[in-house]
Design a protein around this ligand. Structure first.
Ligand code: ADP
Ligand code: AMP
Length: 216
């Protein structure tokens, strides 16, 4: 099964991806995670991407598409994949279609987690991430058992450098202008399923899981 998980920044894609991939045995591919890792490792790709990520802009399509093309061609994708944070522009969606065709794969469903802007701002500014395993928390909505310590691996929690009020506003603006048109794009292809993301993490997951069960 190949699932695309979309939605504005902070909608809960990473949080839901963690659960969906476990339940449905899918490989989690997050372009944001791949890019942050490249920035951390200071690779050529990371150095290039950082300047865009720091100001809340999208990394150019050709860079991200190249990354995804290489990742999807690896054999571990055969069992099933959940794409998180890609595609983010119509151009990326078109390129994804071509990459999948060349690999004789196709998208089964595009799930859009929808949440309004005001809620997204408080979700993103309160987000904390484990430096070690990448698990996501929220200081109010999903706090760790011990402050700043990961429940799973005892790693240290940190705040992403792009989760400041100013950068979040820019990212939400970029989402409206560049990513929102993808909804219509996938609606026209009859692949689109909308989920109300303004509910508890458990309720959102129950909705997605019930839908995916029907697709298996
Ligand atoms: P995305 O991957 O879409 O950017 P995340 O999964 O990282 O979003 O979630 C953003 C923040 O909101 C995190 O701090 C997360 O703990 C919190 N969060 C996720 N889902 C919910 C929810 N349903 N209700 C409240 N907070 C949530
Ligand atoms: P995310 O972790 O999905 O919130 O992404 C963090 C940042 O990485 C974004 O603000 C972009 O700068 C960059 N990024 C992630 N995925 C993409 C993508 N598909 N296209 C362009 N830039 C991306």
């Amino acid at each position: 099964m190949l699932v695309v998980l979309m939605g504005p920044p902070g909608a809960g894609k990473g949080t839901q991806a963690e659960r969906i991939t476990k339940e449905f045995n899918l490989l989690h591919i997050s372009t944001g995670d791949i890019l942050r890792n490249a920035v951390k490792e200071e690779t050529a790709l990371g150095l290039q991407a950082k300047q865009y990520m720091d100001r809340g802009a999208l990394v150019p399509d050709e860079i991200v598409v190249g990354m995804i093309r290489e990742r999807l061609a690896r054999p571990d994708c055969a069992a099933g994949v959940l794409l998180d944070g890609f595609p983010r522009t119509v151009e990326q969606a078109e390129a994804l279609g071509q990459v999948l065709e060349s690999l004789q794969l196709k998208i089964d469903v595009v799930i859009n987690v929808d949440v309004e802007a005001e809620e997204l701002l408080s979700r993103l500014t309160g987000r904390r991430v484990c430096r070690n395993c990448g698990a996501t928390y929220h200081i109010k909505f999903n706090p760790p058992r011990v402050r700043n310590i990961c429940d799973h691996c005892s790693g240290e929690l940190y705040q992403r450098s792009d989760d400041t009020v100013e950068t979040v506003k820019e990212r939400l603006d970029v989402y409206s202008k560049q990513t929102l048109p993808l909804i219509e794009y996938y609606q026209r292809k009859n692949l689109y399923y909308a989920v109300d993301g303004a509910r508890s993490i458990d309720d959102v997951f129950a909705d997605i899981a019930a839908y995916l069960q029907g697709k298996q």
